[in-house]
Each structure stands twice: as structure tokens, then as C-alpha cells.
Design a protein around this ligand. Structure first.
Ligand code: HAM
Length: 433
């Protein structure tokens, strides 16, 4: 029986990872230009962290978490993180960051886990990069996180995104809107799907997010939270939209946008990308002003977003006309060592160590291949230099250095070869003896 990777979990082979690394490098560069410092937290967290933050009546907590623990010791229950915002809030509090400074800008790259039905762009182990700016209620910061999300996509060469924006208000607006929503939905309960009927009971705002065509006519007739925002929330939202406008960042107001996590307050947004098909959300985020206090910290305004790296990669693939996820990958070397006879393999092996210690990528044959096959390997690995160990040169403590680019060769003492390569590779014309 062939053992395969678990459903919805992908291997990343070196060819694919080479593209991932480029994306990660660009993400890191843009994050640094906006003043974010990197943070890493564990893959596993206490289950209660997600139940209390993401919310008990959300799909993530109800159906999608990978939870481990003992039935008779629920306090020991741990969960593979389905998202990284709550873990970062936990880490900030655990390390008393707000006692040191009231404001922190943190970014992350890492795996997250949700037991969803796998399909293109929807995995059970996926990766996110994201930011969390903690310690400010300023609506300008909301706009800056959106600007940053757009800047990342643009740095990656993705330009067809749409930003959908809404405000979900604060606890006060939501309490009154909840009553209105339930009143207006009650007569139509028979006409919405079973999930919506269950959301009606448990978390009525989530009805607004139902994607089923059969529910849309009912949902489209529902009132918008925009009409129920309190004066403070309306003012906050007006500054967010005005700031985006001033900075020329296009967005589409979407009064039906609600997010699948309960911790949001006021600003929520989603970035969609047209070529992604059914899973077209490339990123999402918003403000969560109650979360730090919920976990025992001081009242702290906070806002952030996360993007799915797999979805970013799919968008880039589509733009590049499709890519083979398992494409072969060469890790090139600068120097390849060839041996003319078996007895010279040990000295060549020792010499490889000297080359590598000088920071020069180097490789050699371990299979006793013919000289011709060794040279083919040097070509395949795109070596610029071949060091040829032959018995005659070796007897004089020397070897032949071949430049593959210039098609030239010279015999040099072993001690001089590394310096000669370094001199040539840094563009110097200086020759060592
Ligand atoms: P989220 O919308 O649940 O938000 O996830 C953010 C992004 O992660 C999505 O837009 C999508 O690109 C990617 N993603 C989510 N689930 C999957 C999946 N099963 N397979 C592949 N990609 C997926 C959050 O996680 C919030 N913590 C974002 C946030 C940060 N809000 C404030 N700060």
C-alpha cells in the first residue's frame, strides 16, 4: 500500500519551494518597509484560545479544528492553530509586551490547519503571512493595513485584486442589529438553507455570508449593518474610507461582508483575486478591539490581516500560464570536483570541504561514475568551475582548474585553487600563484 500525504496537505519540493522563497522574501521586504517585526508562535495552542477568540459558533471552531487531548482533562486540550491572530495576542500578553510599549507591529509567516473539504486553493494545512498592529484605535491604521496588503500583492506582481470593505460595528451596534436581523429573517426561515437556520440560532450575522444561490434572494433583502452603526463606528468607518480614497487605494463597499471569525469589531475587509475561482479570497482581515482585553490585557485597539500563500502562488501560477508543482529543480553549484581515478576520490572529498568552508557551493560524485558522466553532472549543476583530480597533478600537490565559461584550464597547486576561484568570481583579475 502506498502511503500518501494526508488529504489537503501538500509536499513542497525544491522546485516549488524556490518560487515560495521568492514570495516570502518579497513579503518580508514589504513588511519591513511598513515597520513590522517578525514573530513566530507554536503550531499548537490551548484549545480554549481559539474557542474564545474565533468563536464557539463559527465553522472553524465547530467543525474544522484539529484538537488533541484527554477527554477527562479538557484543560490540557490543544489545537493545531487554525489562524495566527489569537496566538499572537496570547504571545503579546504572555511576554507583557504592552507593559513595555503600548504599540506593536508584528508580522508572521507560518502554517495553519483547518479540517475543510479539500479542493483547489482550499487545504487542510495551508500557510499564511499576515500582520497584526496592536495598541491603536486609529482608523488610519486600518487603512494602512489595507494599503500594506495591496503593496504586498503589487510587489508580487499581482494587480487584479479587489478590496471589499465593510464595518461590522461594535458590541452596541451589533446588539441592536442582531435583533433587527432576527426579526426580518423569521418569516423567511423556511426559504433559507439548513446551515442558515442553524446560524440564525447561534450566530445570526453569519447568515449574511452564506454563499448558496438559494439563500441570496432572502439575504439581499435584509437590512445592512451600515444603517445600524452607532455614531462612533460611522465616524471610524468614514475616516477609513476617506484615507483609502486620499491614497488612491480602490475598494468596493460590501455591506454584506462578514468574516468567519467572531473577534472582529468595526473594519472588516477581504481581498479577492479573479483567477482563483471558487476560493477567490486571497486575504482578509480587520479590526479586533476587544481581543486583548478578552484575554486579560489592557483595552487595546488592534487591526491586521492574513493572506494565504497557496492562493498567492495559484494566482502567480495562473499569471505565468500555469506551472508544474513538481517541476524538477537544480540546486546549482559553483564548483564540481572530478576524479580521473578511484584512488583520488578521498583527496577530492577532503578538498570539497575546503571549498565549502570558503562559502563556495561545491559538489562531487559519490557513485564512481566515469569521467564523462562526472562532466555531464558538472554541466547539469551549472558549475562554473571543474577541479580535475588526476594522478600526475596530484603527485605534485596540484589539480587542473577548468573554467566552464571560458573553456580554459590551468594547473594550480591545491592551496591556490580556492583563492583563484574567489578572485575570478569577484571580478578581480588578480592571479594567485
Ligand atoms: P481568514 O480569512 O480566515 O483570516 O484567512 C486569511 C486567508 O488565509 C484567506 O483569505 C485565505 O487566503 C487563506 N486561507 C484560509 N483558509 C484556507 C484554506 N483552508 N486553504 C488555503 N488557504 C486558506 C484569518 O485567518 C485572520 N486571522 C486574519 C486576520 C489577521 N485578521 C486580523 N488579523
Amino acid at each position: 500500500m502506498k502511503i500518501k500525504a494526508p488529504a489537503g496537505m501538500e509536499d513542497l519540493l525544491p522546485g516549488r519551494l524556490a518560487h515560495w522563497r521568492k514570495v516570502e522574501d518579497k513579503v518580508r521586504r514589504v513588511m519591513a518597509t511598513y515597520g513590522y517585526g517578525e514573530i513566530r508562535t507554536p503550531m499548537l495552542e490551548a484549545t480554549s484560545l481559539f474557542v474564545r477568540s474565533v468563536g464557539e459558533a463559527t465553522d472553524i471552531v465547530e467543525k474544522e479544528m484539529y484538537t488533541f487531548g484527554h477527554a477527562n482533562a479538557p484543560e490540557d486540550s490543544v489545537t493545531l492553530r487554525p489562524e495566527l491572530t489569537a496566538p499572537i495576542v496570547r504571545a503579546c500578553l504572555e511576554h507583557s509586551l504592552f507593559a513595555k510599549r503600548p504599540f506593536h507591529k508584528l508580522f508572521y509567516l507560518g502554517a495553519a490547519f483547518r479540517r475543510e473539504r479539500p479542493q483547489k486553493g482550499r487545504l487542510r494545512q495551508f500557510h499564511q503571512f499576515g500582520v497584526e498592529a496592536l495598541g491603536s484605535h486609529s482608523p488610519v491604521l486600518d487603512a494602512e493595513t489595507i494599503e500594506l496588503a495591496v503593496a504586498v500583492l503589487e510587489a508580487l506582481g499581482l494587480r487584479e485584486h479587489t478590496v471589499r470593505l465593510n464595518s461590522t460595528g461594535c458590541a452596541t451596534c451589533r446588539n441592536s442589529f442582531r435583533v433587527v436581523l432576527r426579526e426580518r429573517l423569521t418569516p423567511d426561515l423556511e426559504r433559507v438553507c439548513e446551515d442558515c437556520r442553524s446560524r440564525f440560532e447561534r450566530n445570526v450575522f453569519r447568515v449574511l455570508d452564506c454563499k448558496r444561490d438559494s439563500c441570496r434572494p432572502v439575504i439581499q433583502r435584509l437590512p445592512s449593518i451600515q444603517e445600524h452603526l452607532c455614531a462612533d463606528c460611522r465616524g471610524h468607518h468614514a475616516v477609513v474610507t476617506a484615507t483609502l480614497g486620499e491614497h488612491g487605494i480602490p475598494f468596493t463597499p460590501d455591506p454584506l461582508l462578514v468574516r468567519g471569525l467572531d473577534y472582529y469589531t468595526r473594519t472588516v475587509y477581504e481581498l479577492t483575486y479573479p483567477t482563483l475561482g471558487a476560493q477567490n479570497a486571497i486575504g482578509g482581515g480587520g479590526r479586533y478591539d476587544n481581543l486583548v482585553a478578552e484575554f486579560g490585557g489592557p483595552p487595546t485597539g488592534a487591526v491586521g490581516f492574513a493572506m494565504g500563500i497557496e492562493r498567492v502562488m495559484l494566482a502567480l501560477d495562473a499569471q505565468a500560464g500555469g506551472r508544474d508543482a513538481n517541476e524538477d529543480h537544480i540546486t546549482p553549484v559553483a564548483v564540481y570536483l572530478c576524479t580521473v581515478e578511484d584512488a583520488l576520490r578521498a583527496p577530492a572529498f577532503a578538498f570539497a570541504r575546503r571549498v565549502r568552508q570558503a562559502g563556495i557551493p561545491c559538489d562531487l560524485d559519490f557513485e564512481g561514475k566515469s569521467l564523462k558522466a562526472q562532466m555531464r553532472n558538472a554541466d547539469r549543476l551549472r558549475a562554473r568551475w571543474v577541479v580535475m583530480f588526476g594522478p600526475e597533478e596530484w603527485s605534485r600537490g596540484a589539480a587542473k582548474l577548468k573554467s566552464m565559461q571560458e573553456k580554459s584550464e590551468e594547473t594550480l597547486p591545491l592551496d591556490a585553487i580556492v583563492a583563484r576561484i574567489q578572485a575570478a568570481d569577484t571580478g578581480s583579475t588578480a592571479r594567485t600563484p
